[in-house]
Unconditional design. Structure first.
Lengths: 476, 476
C-alpha cells in the first residue's frame, strides 16, 4: 500500500507549510519577537532532541511514531468496517479524552457527506461525557438494533466510560435480548489488563486491542480512531500516507529543515524567553474545530507538568486556547489585539476550501456591500485571516500560519503527525515526560471516595470535611 | 405578566448560588488566595461601581440592564413566533459574534426537544461563520420554501453577515421567485442606519429593530435572541423573570450581598493582586457549552482593552477559556493542577439534571466497576466536579462554583444577567469601557483593503508590502 501511495503522491505532494515569519523580531519587533541568535543558541538542543527521539524510536520506545507505517492490521480492520457499513446506521463511541477526540477530529475534518439527506454511510457519534440529559436523549433517539457501541478505554477502568458501558449494556440486553446484545458492543482496551478485558473474556464481546505503549492522546493515527473514520468512507490509508510524508520531514536532523523542531523551538522560546504563556490555535475552517479540541488536550496534558528543578518545584505548560476564524474575530480578537501580549496565535488557513460560493454583485451602488460582490466566500475568509495576522504583527504580537493546500486525508495526516512530534520535542526541551498525567490521579481518588469505592474511605473523609468546612457566608 | 411571575416564583424561587469559598486564603493558602482584608479594601470601590451603574441606568445609559422588565414588544414578537411555527421547518440565523451567540446559548441550554424524531417545533440553526464548505452544505440541505433566514447585524454592514445575506438572497430569488423570496428573510438591524436598513426599505423585507443602545454581546435578553428561542417553544418570559430576579439581587448596594459585585471583586483581585490572568469557565453540563462560548466573548471583548495610565499604556484583560466537565478532566485538568498557577476555574454545577440514568449493578464482584452501580449518572457527574474542586483547592488554586438547582429558563435567565452585570462591574474597577471594541477596527480596514473596497487603497498597499516582505526561508 505504501508503494501505491508513493507513486501517486510524488506527482501531487501537497505539503502542509508553516510560515514562521510572524514570530521573529525582524517582523514584530524586539519586545516579543524571537531574535535569530536565540534560535541559533537553541539549535544544538533541538538537534539533540530530534536525535534522542529517533534513536529511542528505533529501540521501540515510541510506537506512536510508527503508526503511519504500521499497516499490518489494516486489512482486518477494513473488513470489519465493511461489515459494519452493512449492518449499522450509527456507530457510537463511548470514550473520553484521548479515546474520543482523535476520531472526532478526523471525522469532522474529512467527512464530506451531508448530515442527513442521501447519506449512504453510517453516522458516527462520539459520546464523550456523562451528562445524563444528553446521554439519555441520545439513547432514546437511536434504533438500537442498527447501532454498535464502540467502548474505548485503554485502562479498562475509566469511570465515565464504564458507567456509560453499564447503562448501554443493560439497555441492549433488555431491548435486544441475551442472544443479540453482545453483537452491538465493540470493545477496545489494553490487551491484557483491566476489568473491561475480563468482561470481554467472560461475555464474548467483539474486541480490538488498544495499541501497546501508545498513550491515548497520541493514538489518533491508530485503529482506535481510524476504524470509526473508515466507517464514514474516509480513506484512512491516505491519512497514514500524509502522516508518513510528515514523518520523513520530521526525521530531518537539521532543526532548520524539520518543521516539528522549528515549531517546537519557536513556541519554547516564546514561552521561556518572551513571556507568552498562552497558545491559541485558530483554524479558519469550521471542520477543524474538533481538531483544535484534540490539540488542546495534546498540548495541555503533555506539557502541563510540575517538575523538581534545582531543589524547588517548577510548574510549566502553556495554556492552549481554541478559537475559530472568522467567528472568533467577533469574540476574542479584541483581547488578542489590545489585551496583554501573552499569546501566540497559530492560524490554520485552508487555501482552497474545495467549494466556491461566489458572493453576488447584487447592490453595485451601495458601497458598504458592493465591495463584496464577485469574491468567493472562501477568498473572503482567507482575506480576513491575512488581515488579522498583520493586525497582530503590527502590534508586536507573534503569529504562526499553517497553510493547508486543501483539506484532504493526506494533509490532515500531515497536520496530526506534525503536532504530535512538535509536542514531544517541546517536552524534550523542558525535560519532562509528555506521556503521563500524574496530577489527575488525585481527582480520581477523590471521586472514588465520594462514590464509595472500597479502599478510598480516607478520601471520602477528606472531601466530607472539606465540604463541611465551607463557610455559608461565602455562598451568595 | 410580571405579576403572574411574582406570585408563582415566590413559592419556588430556585435562586442560582455562587460559592466563593475556593478563592480565599483561608481555604487555598496565602500564595494565591484572597485575604479578607483585600476584599474589605475593595469594598468602597465596589459599592461606588454599583452606585454609578445603577444611577447611570436610571438616566437611560444602560438599556441592556432594563431588558428583563422591557416587555412591551413581547406580545408582538410572540405572535410573529406563532406564525413562524406554522410556516417554517428551519430558522437560520445569519449573524456573527454578539448577533449569534446569545440565541445559540439560550437555545442549547433550554431546548429539551429531541434532535430529530417527533419534533414539533422548527429547528434553529445559527450560521455564524463564512466557511464556504459548511455554508454550502447547509444551504443544500434546507428546503428553502420552509426556511426563514434571520439576518442580524447591528451596524448593517458586517462583512461576513452581508456576504451570507447576498448569497442567500440570490438563492431564494432563483428558487422561490421574485414574488416570494422577500417572505423568507427577516432582518434585524439598527433602526436608522446602515446599508441593510436601506435594502430593507427598498425591497420590503420584514424587519425588527436591534434594541437601541445595546451592544451585541449584551443583547442576549433582547428580542434579537429571544425570538429564535421562543420559536423552539421555550418560555422566554421565564428567562426574563429569572433575569429580573437576578437584577433585584444585583441592585443591592452592599457588595457583600450583591452576587455580581462579589464575583467582580474576586476576579479583579485574583487578576490584579494574585497573578491570575486566565479565567476558565467549566460547566459540568453539555447543554451549557454554547453558553460558555457566549461568556468567552462577553469577557474577552468587554475587558480586553488597552488604556492610557500614568503616561504609559497598559494592556488588561483575563483570557477566558471554556472547558466542559467531565470531558475536559481528561484533557485540561492535568494542566490546571500541575501547570502554572495562573488560572481561576469557575465551575457551573447543575444540582439536578432533570433526568436520572441509574448505573446498573451489573458486576458486583469486579471492584473497578462495582462501586459505580446504583449511582445516578448525574450524581457521578456532580461527584467528579466536587473532586476536581477539592483537588484544585488542595494545590492552592482558586475555584468558584456556581450552582444551578435545575436548568430552567428561570435559572438560565439569572445566570446570563449575573454574568453581564459582573462583567460591567469588573470594567468599572479597571476604569475601562466594556461596550466598545476599538482594536478590531484595524483588521476590518485591512480586510476592506484586500477586498478592494474604495477608500482603502492604503491598507491594500500595506498588506501587499507585508506579504511581499515575508522571507521564504522562514516558511518550512
Amino acid at each position: 500500500m505504501a508503494q501505491t501511495f508513493r507513486s501517486r503522491r510524488r506527482q501531487e505532494p501537497e505539503p502542509v507549510r508553516i510560515d514562521l515569519n510572524g514570530v521573529f523580531a525582524s517582523t514584530i519587533g524586539a519586545a516579543s519577537g524571537i531574535r535569530e541568535g536565540e534560535l541559533g543558541t537553541l539549535r544544538p538542543r533541538l538537534a539533540a532532541a530530534i536525535e534522542t527521539l529517533q534513536s529511542e524510536r528505533a529501540q521501540g520506545l515510541h510506537p506512536f511514531l510508527d503508526l503511519p507505517q504500521d499497516r499490518d492490521a489494516l486489512g482486518e480492520m477494513l473488513s470489519l468496517v465493511q461489515q459494519l457499513r452493512e449492518d449499522v446506521d450509527h456507530l457510537v463511541v463511548l470514550g473520553i479524552g484521548g479515546s474520543a477526540r482523535g476520531a472526532r477530529a478526523l471525522a469532522a475534518a474529512l467527512d464530506g457527506a451531508p448530515r442527513r439527506k442521501h447519506r449512504d454511510a453510517p453516522e458516527l457519534i462520539v459520546a464523550d461525557n456523562i451528562d445524563p440529559a444528553s446521554f439519555a436523549r441520545l439513547l432514546d433517539e437511536l434504533d438500537l438494533s442498527r447501532t454498535v457501541f464502540s467502548v474505548v478505554s485503554k485502562s479498562g477502568e475509566t469511570s465515565e466510560t464504564m458507567a456509560q458501558f453499564l447503562i448501554v449494556r443493560e439497555r441492549l440486553l433488555r431491548e435486544l435480548g441475551a442472544m443479540d446484545y453482545v453483537k452491538h458492543i465493540l470493545v477496545t482496551t489494553d490487551a491484557d489488563a483491566g476489568s473491561l478485558r475480563q468482561i470481554v473474556n467472560d461475555e464474548g464481546f467483539p474486541s480490538t486491542a488498544f495499541p501497546g505503549g501508545v498513550s491515548g492522546r497520541f493514538s489518533a493515527l491508530s485503529s482506535v480512531h481510524l476504524l470509526p473514520v473508515a466507517l464514514l468512507g474516509i480513506d484512512v490509508e491516505e491519512i497514514l500516507d500524509g502522516a508518513a510524508a510528515m514523518d520523513e520531514r520530521c526525521r530531518e536532523r537539521d532543526p532548520e529543515k524539520n518543521p516539528a523542531a522549528l515549531l517546537a523551538g519557536v513556541r519554547y522560546l516564546l514561552d521561556v524567553l518572551h513571556g507568552v504563556p498562552t497558545a491559541v490555535l485558530m483554524p479558519y475552517c469550521d471542520r477543524l474545530a474538533p481538531l483544535a479540541d484534540w490539540w488542546c488536550q495534546l498540548w495541555a496534558e503533555s506539557l502541563g507538568k510540575r517538575v523538581e528543578r534545582d531543589g524547588g518545584r517548577l510548574s510549566i505548560g502553556q495554556t492552549p486556547v481554541r478559537a475559530i476564524g472568522a467567528a472568533d474575530q467577533h469574540s476574542q480578537m479584541q483581547l488578542y489585539l489590545d489585551g496583554p501580549a501573552d499569546k501566540v496565535v497559530t492560524f490554520v488557513r485552508v487555501a482552497d476550501a474545495g467549494v466556491q460560493l461566489e458572493i453576488p454583485r447584487s447592490y453595485p451602488d451601495l458601497e458598504d456591500v458592493a465591495y463584496l460582490g464577485g469574491h468567493g466566500l472562501g477568498d473572503l475568509l482567507v482575506m480576513e485571516q491575512r488581515a488579522m495576522e498583520l493586525a497582530l504583527n503590527k502590534r508586536g504580537r507573534p503569529t504562526i500560519a499553517i497553510e493547508m493546500p486543501h483539506l484532504t486525508p493526506f494533509t490532515i495526516g500531515q497536520l496530526v503527525y506534525l503536532m504530535e512530534v512538535e509536542t514531544t520535542l517541546v517536552a524534550a526541551l523542558f525535560g519532562i515526560d509528555p506521556f503521563n498525567q500524574p496530577a489527575v490521579e488525585e481527582g480520581k481518588r477523590l471521586t472514588f471516595g465520594l462514590a464509595g469505592k472500597p479502599g478510598y474511605e480516607d478520601e471520602r473523609g477528606e472531601i466530607e470535611r472539606w465540604l463541611a468546612a465551607k463557610l455559608p457566608e461565602r455562598v451568595v
